[in-house]
Each structure stands twice: as structure tokens, then as C-alpha cells.
Design a protein around this ligand. Structure first.
Ligand code: SAM
Length: 283
């Protein structure tokens, strides 16, 4: 590790790193493992716009890394100064280092390490016109990222992860959210706690099930705040969760496919549940 001393382009307190063997880089690379993300409570997000948005939304940055060859250097340096002011560290690194930490041949030129945030279930008090998404044991990072992005786009209020799910702060998931991981609260909980919370939450819980007797377009999504409950990719919803729902709906299908992909089914459901609240002027 070499400390920046006299380079006129770099703001003070920027460390220059080109070696993959640098212990700071090793620690950042270790964030590819869930265990290490849990232990440090941090995760990685790629891209200048994303980092700027996250900082604007008040996310706590631990480390900003940028490439020597990053375009828009004045803006990068502004973000670097902000990071330092917020108590974070700033690293100017080689493209080789960025490739290695992001596991990409053509890495983004700016990467941020942020402190993860989990919204406690007890703090969720759904209000009128709110839609909350509950996902049972979602396993695929790409699905989860796509779902978080879609939930954000449709104006849902947050995502509740029920049971043993994939990590929303894994790099692949964060990538698939396209920044929405910073906009939407995410909660994790057990089946038992979720059911208990839902019963007392004043919401209507609508579960999606391939054996659902109700067409998904039939429920009145306006009467109470809505919890949309989606099942695991392989197994679908377990009985305990399906039984806890007020309504079990199905999206009618015509072709030979057994079911829809989880993220697609979630998109269909979210846009139906919030159809009355969406209009082209709203964006
Ligand atoms: N083999 C699983 C089963 O029997 O439920 C398929 C699960 S499907 C790939 C994943 C989830 O997507 C389901 O649990 C459900 O939440 C949702 N889903 C997919 N297609 C659906 C449909 N036609 N109607 C309602 N929900 C659907």
C-alpha cells in the first residue's frame, strides 16, 4: 500500500493500490462470500451513478475505490472528498484490482463498499395504498435482484425475505437491482415471526399458488394494504404459508409451461396489485 503524498490530481487521504496482494484488497475481495459480508456488515456496489445515488440517499460508505483511468475525474474526486468527509476511505486502484474485486473483465471504474441495512420486521407498519412483497426462500440472486428492481419501479414499499433466502447484498443481486437495493427497505424473518406479524398488521395477504382458486385479477387490492406472497422457485409455497394467506390466487396460463419464472410472476402480480395507483403522469 502506498499513501498518496504529492499527486496533484488526487485529494488528500487517498491510498493508491496496484497490488492484488494488498490486505485491504484481500478484505474487499472476501466480500464475495456471504459469511464475510455478514461479519463485516458491508457489501459492494458498482458504478459511479449508483454510488452517488446511494450517498444521496444517506447510505453509509466505508470505502470508495476508483480506477486511475476513470472518466469524469472531477465528479469522482468530488465523491472521493465526500467519502472522506463521511469518514470513509478512498482507494485509487489499477484496473487489474477493480477487475479482480468485481470479477469482471470490463469492470466499472467506480466501486463503493457500503454498510448493509436491514429493516426490522417490527418497524413495518403498512399503510393504505402500500404493497409489501414477501418472498419465501428465494434462492436465485438474479431473481431477487430483478424482483427488488421491479418492486421499486412499481412503487412497492419493501421486500420481506421469509426463511432461508439468498443474500440481497451479494454482488450479483446488487447488480441485478440496478441500484434499487438502495431505494427499497429489505427485511428478513422466519416463517413463524412473519405469520405472527402479518396477522397483526392490518393487511390482506394474497398468496400466489399454482393451485390458487382465484384469478389474480379478481381480488380488490384497494381495501387494505397488501402483502403479496410469492413461493420458492423449486417448491412453491409451503402449506403453512399458503394457509396463512387470506386469498390464494393464480395467474392463468395457456401454453405448455408448468409455471412462470418467479421474478416474472412477481412482476405480473405487482403491476396488477398497484394498477389503480399507476399512471403515466406519476413518473
Ligand atoms: N414447482 C413450483 C410449484 O409447484 O409451485 C413452481 C414454483 S414457481 C417457478 C415460483 C413461484 O412463482 C410460485 O411459488 C408462485 O409464487 C409464482 N408463480 C409462478 N407461476 C405462477 C402462476 N401461474 N400463478 C401464480 N403464481 C405463480
Amino acid at each position: 500500500m502506498t499513501h498518496n503524498d504529492n499527486g496533484p490530481r488526487r485529494p488528500g487521504q487517498v491510498k493508491e493500490i496496484t497490488s492484488l496482494a494488498n490486505p485491504i484488497i484481500k478484505d474487499i475481495k472476501a466480500l464475495s462470500m456471504k459469511k464475510n459480508r455478514e461479519e463485516s456488515g458491508t457489501f459492494m456496489a458498482e458504478g459511479l451513478k449508483l454510488v452517488i445515488d446511494a450517498l444521496e440517499m444517506g447510505w453509509r460508505i466505508e470505502t470508495l475505490m476508483y480506477s486511475k483511468s476513470a472518466k469524469d475525474k472531477p465528479l469522482v474526486e468530488k465523491i472521493a472528498a465526500k467519502t472522506v468527509a463521511l469518514g470513509g476511505q478512498v482507494l485509487e486502484v489499477s484496473e487489474k484490482v477493480l477487475s479482480s474485486v468485481t470479477r469482471r473483465d470490463n469492470p466499472q471504474m467506480v466501486v463503493g463498499i457500503f454498510h448493509a441495512r436491514w429493516k426490522p420486521l417490527k418497524d413495518i407498519r403498512p399503510q393504505a395504498n402500500e404493497t409489501w412483497l414477501a418472498l419465501d426462500r428465494v434462492r436465485d440472486p438474479g431473481n431477487l435482484g430483478t424482483i427488488i428492481r421491479t418492486a421499486d419501479a412499481v412503487g412497492a414499499s419493501g421486500v420481506i425475505l421469509v426463511g432461508d433466502t439468498t443474500d440481497p447484498f451479494a454482488l450479483e443481486t446488487v447488480r441485478a437491482t440496478m441500484g434499487s437495493v438502495f431505494s427499497l427497505p429489505v427485511t428478513r424473518t422466519s416463517v413463524t415471526d412473519f405469520i405472527k406479524w402479518q396477522k397483526a398488521s392490518g393487511t390482506v395477504m394474497i398468496a400466489t399458488h399454482l393451485k390458487g382458486a382465484v384469478d389474480y385479477r379478481k381480488p380488490d387490492y384497494r381495501t387494505k394494504p397488501v402483502i403479496l406472497l410469492m413461493g420458492n422457485e423449486q417448491a412453491g409455497l409451503p402449506e403453512e404459508l399458503a394457509d396463512a394467506a387470506d386469498i390464494r390466487v393464480r395467474i392463468p396460463q395457456q401454453g405448455r409451461a408448468d409455471s412462470l419464472n418467479l421474478a416474472v410472476a412477481t412482476g405480473v402480480m405487482l403491476f396488477e396489485a398497484r394498477r389503480h395507483l399507476l399512471n403515466l403522469e406519476g413518473h
